[in-house]
Design a protein around this ligand. Sequence first.
Ligand SMILES: [Zn+2]
Length: 88
Amino acid sequence: MGCRRRAPAHELVRVVRRRDGALVTGTALPGRGAWLCRGSASCLERAVRRDAFARALRAPVAPEALDGLRRELGLAPDVRGWMDTPVP
Ligand SMILES: [Zn+2]
């Protein structure tokens, strides 16, 4: 969705909007889905800039929901920093 490239399903991650407005990933969830390249921060951010989530999901998407999605995908800078920290 972010970069509009065609890719096999296993290279994509499906994002759906929960009733409470949160964005979560999962192929088995009901409702409209938005597809992103798995592990691609640029694909995600491109979709965010174009407001593609709101259009694909036909519902408003709050900035907090996008932050939650970044965390869930492991694409938030703070999360990545945390993951890079060696476990003592
Ligand atoms: Zn993409």
